[in-house]
Ligand binder design. Structure first.
Ligand code: FES
Length: 224
């Protein structure tokens, strides 16, 4: 679909109007405010396509990206959209503590990629469909920390250093932590095609008071 149409804009809209329309549509479609991951991604992709110049404002739809949707392979517009997959690159917070690295390091993931880390500490997996980040990690064979799986503790906290993770339920994280990009992996769903996250944040001292005893929940699940 034409990215300008996705944002409800004329093709000759100026940059300020485009930005305003994007902010408005992003707010309306954000999953945390009653929208859906698919709709939000469509709006974000439209904005990025316009920013990258991947659209022809003169109406010649021969260019790539969104313009391809006007071709003969255009999908049924009434068919439900599948949730797009997201490629996740993860890093264990314990590695940062051991090596003196910081979440603020601009080259954090580059350093990790060069460090020959074990698979449990650094690697990639895919979040498919409607999965949460934690579900996808577990499907990929990882044992990431959690307790309640209901937005009421910080055991499953991750730091998102690139991309966006929605936060459908969060009864625990204060604003200063969410402003830092900290999210709950048990109900967080990716809003971008790629994500970089540092998991195992429960080891951080400032999250200690926000944690629940995981054993209680693990036992309850084992007794199901
Ligand atoms: S496990 Fe408690 S909020 Fe995710």
């Amino acid at each position: 679909m034409d990215p300008f149409a996705v944002l409800g804009l004329d093709p000759d809209a100026d940059d300020e109007t485009i930005k305003r329309a994007y902010r408005q549509r992003a707010k309306e479609t954000h999953p945390d405010h009653g929208g859906s991951v698919t709709e939000f991604k469509r709006v974000r992709d439209a904005y990025e396509a316009i920013q990258a110049g991947e659209t022809d404002r003169e109406g010649d739809h021969e260019t790539g990206g969104f313009a391809d949707d006007f071709g003969p392979d255009v999908p049924d517009p009434h068919a439900p959209d599948p949730e797009p997959d997201t490629e996740v690159t993860y890093l264990n917070y314990a590695v940062l503590a051991e090596r003196g690295w910081s979440l603020d390091d601009d080259d954090l993931f580059e350093k990790a990629a060069r460090a020959s880390l074990a698979d449990r500490d650094f690697g990639q997996f895919t979040v498919e469909g409607d999965q949460s980040l934690l579900e996808a990690a577990e499907d990929a064979g990882h044992a990431w920390p959690f307790a309640c799986r209901g937005g009421a503790c910080a055991n499953c906290a991750v730091a998102v250093t690139e991309g966006e993770l929605s936060q459908l339920v969060d009864h625990i994280l204060p604003d200063e932590l969410t402003d830092e990009g900290i999210r709950l992996s048990c109900n967080g769903k990716p809003l971008t095609d790629t994500l970089e996250v540092v998991y195992n944040l429960e080891q951080r001292d400032d999250l200690a008071d926000l944690k629940l005893p995981a054993d209680r929940f693990n036992k309850a699940r084992a007794d199901d």
